[in-house]
Design a protein around this ligand. Structure first.
Ligand code: PLP
Length: 360
């Protein structure tokens, strides 16, 4: 009997990518621009920070398992607290979903090169992990529906999707949903929903609730709280009740919960972040297409650039790094010939395009 099961031995630890400070030191640069992790270039929500500071006095006490944040989310979304869960990032909740619902003989189903967090979590459970290819960089929902079998337990879809930035519509979802048996759980990952919600084609899953769909959201992106680790989810109360059984009792931390509550109230920061991102996506998409790159339409806070080859992706990434610009290679996702670029400030976006057009 091996100490480590083969499906764990086959995994690779998550590589967070290089920090700005590391790159600055290595290349002796005065300034580094990080466009690699879909973070908010404006920093964190000021109201979240305020609330976080105010909660410091209670750090000797255990937190209440996210109850205050769950109540606030229930109030804002007009659902019951029993329909809401909070956790250490949406990935923390995803991890609990894997733990709570998968049996050894079950299978998971998603798209090729899906969000790396889901890939790793599903594979770490040792169950079959099945995928279908993208269709024009979008989820191929018809193909996905066609692959459902009697063992399929969890279907994962991100809308908008990471790493492509593309979305599927309500009509596409409805067609797909008609093929999904009730015993199958759909994880609808809406980490980037705030960026997409003004697109009339984008379906906000809070407007179409189904008993076997769990919606996951996060404060890591538009609220700028990636370092705090706070996310949330909505689902039927039975699903939530089972997730509450397996989650760590004191997750999320007091600071994370308080930051989340503060962020929800920060409409001004939300607005400013969305405006900046919309400008950034427009600018990056148009400029990069103008330079001859293929850029799938993005409703998120990043764009993906499929390049000619893996070597080309390595070369472009390395050359940008020398100029102090960090972008994300997508090898770990399963797309070695592609890179992903997050939106930065207007100036950062401009410097990135200039660096790329300057003969990289
Ligand atoms: C699709 C998707 N889901 C979830 C996450 C993780 O969010 P969190 O920081 O809340 O764990 C990310 C982060 O990059 C993501 O791209």
């Amino acid at each position: 009997m091996p100490l480590v099961p083969p499906y764990i031995a086959a995994l690779r630890p998550y590589e967070a990518g290089r920090s700005s400070e590391e790159v600055r030191r290595e290349f002796g640069l005065a300034r580094v621009i990080k466009l690699a992790s879909n973070e908010n270039p404006l920093g964190a929500s000021p109201r979240a920070l305020e609330r976080l500071r105010d909660s410091a006095g209670a750090l000797n006490l255990y937190p209440n398992g996210g109850l205050d944040l769950r109540r606030e989310l229930a109030r804002q979304y007009d659902v019951r607290v029993e329909n809401v869960i909070a956790g250490s990032g949406s990935e923390g909740i995803m991890s609990n979903i894997i733990r709570a619902f998968l049996c050894d003989e079950d299978e998971t189903l998603t798209t090729e090169s899906a969000f790396i967090g889901f890939q790793t979590l599903a594979k770490s459970r040792g169950v079959a992990y099945r995928t279908v290819p993208y269709k024009d960089w979008h989820y191929d929902l018809e193909a996905l529906a066609g692959q459902i079998n009697e063992r399929t337990k969890i279907i994962y879809r991100a809308n908008p999707n990471n790493p492509t930035g593309t979305i599927f519509t309500k009509i596409e979802f409805d067609h797909f949903y008609a093929h999904v048996p009730e015993r199958v759980l759909i994880i609808l990952d809406e980490a980037y929903c705030e960026y997409a919600k003004d697109d009339p084609r984008y379906p906000d899953s809070m407007h179409y609730r189904y008993d076997n769909v769990i919606t996951l959201r996060t404060f890591s992106k538009v609220y700028g709280l990636a370092g705090v680790r706070i996310g949330y989810g909505f689902a039927h109360q039975e699903l939530i009740a089972n997730l509450l059984k397996v989650k760590l009792p004191f997750e999320p931390s007091t600071l994370a919960q308080e930051a989340g509550i503060g962020a929800l109230a920060d409409k001004e920061f939300l607005h400013r972040s969305l405006e900046l991102n919309a400008r950034g996506i427009r600018y990056l998409t148009e400029s990069l297409r103008g330079l001859g790159f293929e850029v799938p339409p993005s409703d998120a806070n990043f764009v993906m650039l499929p390049l000619a080859s893996e070597q080309e992706a390595a070369r472009v990434t390395e050359n940008l790094l020398c100029k102090g610009i960090i972008v994300r290679r997508l090898t770990a996702f399963g797309l070695p010939h592609a890179i992903r670029v997050s939106t930065g400030t207007d100036e950062e976006n401009r410097l990135f395009v200039e660096a790329l057009s300057g003969g990289i």
